[in-house]
Every structure is written in structure tokens, then in C-alpha cells.
Ligand binder design. Structure first.
Ligand code: ADP
Ligand code: MN
Length: 174
């Protein structure tokens, strides 16, 4: 590890619990939580609203430029549903959160997504699109899928991720 503190990517289909998990892990470790979607909206790192997919088309180069300096410091928990455009060197661990169909469906409906967007995302989860993207973009030994169906899972995942990170920090110092 070239940084004193690692950078962690928490990815997964929308609704799998990235933001909830990332906030808790960041709090537990005293790391910075970077919600990429929020940065995109707040800093205008996009090329406009995509009518078809009901989201901003993020400008990948702008996002990478905006994040580069803080990522160099380490100690970041990055939260985003995509992962193939980040530089591979940024991350020491890539967590892929997963949720079962009915749970994910309920969460996305509660979020007020259109039926089309709910269905698309549930389909994306069934097809393991994000898991495949992570596997193609990062070394297999740093890509860790974690089920996140309920609060027990959430609690365990936060402890597991924090444990991995502490292990990496201890390993780097040794
Ligand atoms: P994402 O950032 O991946 O889109 P969120 O963290 O916003 O997902 O979570 C989506 C919804 O699911 C929220 O209402 C959140 O409270 C809920 N949620 C997240 N993780 C869990 C979990 N492990 N068990 C139950 N509900 C969860
Ligand atoms: Mn989120």
C-alpha cells in the first residue's frame, strides 16, 4: 500500500445500502465518506440530465479530476454504483454490496423510483452487473461481495469492513 491509510470503494446496485454502510464505516474509522452522486450534483460533474435513465450523465473525467487530490491522501470511503472508470490504483479494497430481489424492490419503491427504474435496477442486481464490472476492473483478491439484506447484515458488514481496513493499516505499518 503506497498510502498510510487505504481507500475503500463501496459499490453495488442502487438500493443495496452503499450510502448507509459507507457512512457507518467512515464514522467507525474516522475516514472521509465520498458520495460520488452528491459530488456530481453539487459540483456539476455531469453533462446533463438523462431523460431515459432518469439520472445525470456523469462526466467521468471531471469526476476523476475532482477526486484525484483527496484520493492521494488515502482514508476515503467512496460510495458509487459504478466502478469501471475510477483509476485502479485508487483502491485497496472494493466491496460489492448485494441485496435479494424482494428486499431491493421494496427499498427502491420506498425511494419513490418509477416502476421502470425499480425494474431496471432489480434486473441489474439479478444479472450481477456491478459485480461483473468490479471483477473486470480490479484484482480479484481485493473484490469482496457482501450480502446486505437486513440490519444484522449491515452491522456485520460494517464490522467486517472496518476489520479489513484495520488489518491493512497494521500490515502497512509492520
Ligand atoms: P444505496 O446508497 O446503495 O442506494 P442506501 O444506503 O441509500 O442504498 O439504502 C437504500 C435503502 O435501504 C435505505 O432506505 C436504507 O435505509 C435501506 N437499507 C440499507 N441497508 C439496509 C439493510 N442492511 N437492511 C435494511 N435496510 C437497509
Ligand atoms: Mn446512495
Amino acid at each position: 500500500m503506497s498510502r498510510s491509510r487505504p481507500n475503500i470503494l463501496i459499490t453495488g446496485t442502487p438500493g443495496t445500502g452503499k450510502t448507509t454502510t459507507a457512512e457507518l464505516v467512515a464514522q467507525e474509522l474516522g475516514f472521509r465518506h465520498i458520495n460520488v452522486g452528491e459530488w456530481v450534483r453539487e459540483k456539476g460533474l455531469h453533462s446533463g440530465w438523462n431523460q431515459e435513465f432518469e439520472c445525470y450523465d456523469l462526466d467521468e473525467d471531471k469526476v476523476v479530476d475532482a477526486m484525484e487530490d483527496v484520493m492521494g491522501d488515502g482514508g476515503n470511503i467512496v460510495d458509487h454504483h459504478g466502478c469501471d472508470f475510477f483509476p485502479e490504483r485508487w483502491f485497496d479494497l472494493v466491496v460489492v454490496l448485494q441485496a435479494n430481489n424482494t428486499e431491493l424492490y421494496d427499498r427502491l419503491q420506498k425511494r419513490g423510483y418509477s416502476q421502470k427504474k425499480v425494474n431496471e435496477n432489480v434486473q441489474c442486481e439479478i444479472m450481477m452487473v456491478v459485480m461483473e464490472e468490479a471483477s473486470e476492473s480490479y484484482r480479484p483478491e481485493i473484490v469482496k461481495p457482501l450480502p446486505n439484506d437486513n440490519t444484522d447484515d449491515l452491522e456485520r458488514n460494517v464490522a467486517t469492513i472496518a476489520g479489513w481496513v484495520r488489518g491493512m493499516i497494521a500490515g502497512a505499518a509492520a
